[in-house]
Design a binder for this molecule. Structure first.
Ligand code: NDP
Length: 449
């Protein structure tokens, strides 16, 4: 069966690809398994050199990759370029990590005890459609650095950048079979990877619902699993914050990538005494978000990924919002920047919208802010805006969430760990921490008696 890949800004076809099924998935796993002994035998410095070469190729093909990503996801070209820049940095970082991730010697009686970081074997990497290349690199970097081989399954809606990356991997000199890109439905290819007895681990990013299924499926073979799932993060604004700065930044923390961001700070919690002033500033700032053609250098927000997703996002807005922006005319899966006033019990505040809809919620004091921010099954990211440093740290420690920022809305950096608490998943990506989940610790005792 063939798959038609669309441009969500024009609804026009971009490419036709062959879809893989169970058989093709099994072939890819077999190729990855066959490539594993050779890849783990590559000397660490050589593995690092190959990863560095891949980083250079991504940089050299940066504009091409950014255009593929922009057209396939509908993301503004400026943002797509920044994302591709990060992909190159990720491969550079893990090239540098290859010989810095090592074992220990532990003092014991009667001999020498040492630990080794062993590769796991064949890994299944399953990635979503919102940041296809970025999230693929977050998994590929540590997986390859730890000498694993992989089957990478991009989302059906956005496979094009992963397919191109697969070609660059070979051009970099990474041996055939080490990275295998398989395009096909999650319910077939993804599920087969989860169930396959020869796959040692699944690194999954996607919805909490599918993550739950991945975890259940992995139980049969006691597969290792890391899950980066949904979020409903709080942007907590205290009255003593620089309100102008917080309000100017807040729209981009929800509407970036058209809100299709697991880190979206889609619950904006505002201290009641500053509520009116802040919401007025927020509406002004939201009015300034430039929505339009993703190929335009000035565009800040593009369309949603699909018609079905737009319907889902629209279901969260009933009644008249506090603010609703403009969108270009059809074609394209457009949805306007929308700000609604809510309580934390409303559906828009409890469920992940994954679209450009911000819910503003007032709070009474610090304890109330922490209570509301934590009143969610998710725990991925979040922000705290205040000029009181002690309070910033108190609240940061009190929030049940994996990646927080103070007086900032950025939570993702190549060198720092990223991942969730609660139903946002477990395991950490990026930073040196990611390497833990892509290797097994082996303990060896050597008797000296
Ligand atoms: P899905 O969970 O629907 O899909 C994610 C990936 O899983 C896709 O490649 C999909 O394939 C695949 N998949 C679908 N069904 C199965 C299955 N039964 N077994 C194995 N794999 C399967 O999420 P979306 O792609 O819709 O992405 C949006 C979601 O991802 C949001 O909830 C968002 O919060 C979350 N997300 C989390 C991030 C994080 O780091 N925490 C980052 C980015 C997104 P296919 O689409 O081809 O069917």
């Amino acid at each position: 069966m063939s798959l038609t890949v669309l441009n969500p800004a024009t609804e026009e076809p971009l490419a036709e690809l062959e879809q893989a099924g169970v058989e093709e998935t099994d072939v890819a796993v077999a190729r990855a398994k066959a490539a594993f002994p050779g890849w783990r035998a590559v000397a660490p410095a050589d593995r690092a050199r190959l990863l560095r070469r891949l980083a250079t190729l991504v940089e050299e093909h940066g504009e091409e990759l950014a255009r593929i990503e922009s057209q396939n996801v509908g993301k503004p070209i400026a943002g797509a370029r920044a994302e591709v820049g990060m992909v190159a940095q990720v491969f550079q970082f893990y090239a540098g990590a290859v010989d810095k991730h090592h074992g220990e010697t532990i003092p014991v009686a009667g001999g020498v005890d040492m630990t080794f970081r062993e590769p796991m074997g064949v890994l299944g990497l399953i990635v979503p459609w919102n940041f296809p290349l970025n999230i693929a690199s977050w998994k590929l970097g540590p997986a390859l650095a730890c000498a694993n081989t992989v089957v990478l399954k991009p989302a059906e809606l956005t496979p094009l950048s992963a397919v191109r990356l697969g070609e660059l991997v070979l051009e970099a000199g990474i041996p055939e079979g080490v990275v295998n890109v398989v395009v096909g439905p999650g319910s077939v290819v993804g599920q087969r990877l989860v169930e396959h007895p020869e796959v040692a681990k699944i690194a999954f990013t996607g919805s909490t619902e599918v993550g739950r299924r991945v975890m259940q499926g992995a139980a049969t073979t006691i597969k290792r699993v890391t899950l980066e799932l949904g979020g409903k993060s709080a942007n907590v604004v205290f009255a003593d914050a620089d309100l102008e700065r917080a309000a100017a930044a807040a729209p981009y923390a929800v509407f970036d990538n058209a809100g299709q961001d697991c880190c979206a700070r889609s619950r904006i919690l505002v201290e009641r005494i500053a509520y009116d002033r802040f919401t007025s500033l927020l509406v002004d700032a939201t009015r300034g978000v430039r929505v339009g053609d993703p190929a335009d250098e000035q565009t800040e927000m593009g369309p949603l990924i699909s018609a079905a997703h737009r319907e889902q996002v629209a279901s969260f807005v009933d009644g008249e919002p506090l603010f609703r922006g403009e969108t270009p005319p059809a074609p394209g899966f457009w949805f306007p920047c929308t700000v609604v006033e809510a309580t934390n019990d409303d559906r828009v505040a409890r469920e992940e919208v994954f679209g450009p809809v911000a819910a503003v919620i007032p709070f009474a004091d610090e304890a109330d802010a922490v209570r509301i921010a934590n009143d969610t099954p998710y725990g991925l990211s979040g922000s705290i805006w205040t000029r009181d440093g002690a309070r910033a740290l108190r609240v940061a420690r009190a929030l049940d969430t994996g990646a927080l920022s103070i007086n900032s809305n950025s939570s993702v950096r190549v060198a720092t760990p990223f991942g969730g608490f609660k139903q946002s998943g477990f395991g950490r990506e990026l930073g040196m921490q990611a390497l833990e989940a892509y290797s097994e610790v082996k303990n060896v005792f050597y008797s000296t008696d």
